[in-house]
Design a protein. Structure first.
Length: 284
């Protein structure tokens, strides 16, 4: 005769064994997921260097303004996060991604392209001589919430293949830090940061980095890293290179929506012309 308690315990053990066998299938990380975790790590380390190399020295009175090496390191880490974000999508399409790949991607993007640039803006408001800390905090919150809303919308809205709706969060994050590093007057900096946040939640279409465009994006990231390194180590012309790179990033952020709007207007005009021609052809 089998003891009922023993039989119940055996059933529980069998259920636990079945769960243990099934659980790793959904939790097993793919190569793409590993790249995504690298993205999150870079974002966290960008926050770390912004805190230890810029904010803490400023609060302790060791030096004034933004520490050049730490600022460059933080931005380079955001650029590395963008590289991981670029490659995890390519790898996921070529190989496979785990069931939690999309969630990992959104959470990592929130750290690297939401929290890190927003925190960079906040620290800028605390250390820059002409900045207003509380106003800069509002700008930082706007950036963070824009990325949150953009990632949430990306998860539930379907757009046509090959395009993003709104400025991609990696591009937006790099534009925000470029605006800060350009050292414009505080009012202009804040307006440009808020404008970038608006572009991230707008309906302006941006092309997805695939094929030749992905190679161009990667080359631009590598070039930006070189400019930041030259600036950090005070190389001859490093300041000019940094200003040129930041200005080019901002120009690209401003002109891509113009091209997208012009293309949409031309498409609308072509459709109207074709509609008029079709109606004219139907008349006797």
């Amino acid at each position: 005769m089998i003891d009922p308690e023993t039989q119940a315990a055996n059933w529980v053990a069998e259920d636990e064994d079945d769960g243990a066998e099934e659980m790793p299938l959904s939790l097993r990380l793919s190569i793409a997921d590993t790249l995504t975790l690298g993205n999150a790590t870079c974002g966290f380390m960008a926050v770390y260097f912004t805190t230890t190399g810029i904010l803490i020295p400023h609060l302790s009175g060791d030096e004034s303004g933004m520490a050049r090496n730490s600022a460059a390191t933080a931005v380079i880490l955001m650029l590395c996060a963008a590289v991981f974000d670029l490659f995890d999508g390519l790898v996921a399409r070529k190989l496979r991604s785990s069931p939690m790949g999309a969630e990992l991607d959104n959470l990592s993007d929130l750290i690297s392209f939401g929290l890190a640039p927003a925190y960079f803006v906040l620290v800028y408001g605390m250390v820059a001589s002409d900045a207003h800390e509380r106003v800069a905090a509002v700008g930082a919150i706007v950036v963070l919430l824009a990325v949150v809303l953009r990632l949430a919308r990306f998860s539930c809205v379907t757009v046509k293949d090959g395009t993003f709706q709104g400025m991609p969060s990696p591009f937006g994050a790099l534009t925000v830090v470029s605006i800060v590093l350009l050292e414009l007057p505080f009012e202009a900096t804040l307006l440009a940061v808020v404008g970038t946040a608006w572009l991230m939640v707008s309906r302006v279409e941006y092309p997805k980095p695939r094929g030749v465009l992905a190679v161009a994006v990667l080359c631009w990231i590598v070039a930006a890293m070189g400019m930041l390194a030259a600036w950090a180590f005070d190389a001859p012309g490093g300041q000019v290179l940094l200003q040129m790179g930041c200005a080019l990033q901002i120009v690209m952020a401003a002109t891509i929506p113009l091209f997208a709007t012009a293309r949409r207007v031309n498409t609308f005009r072509d459709n109207r012309r074709e509609s008029r021609e079709a109606r004219a052809a139907q008349l006797p």
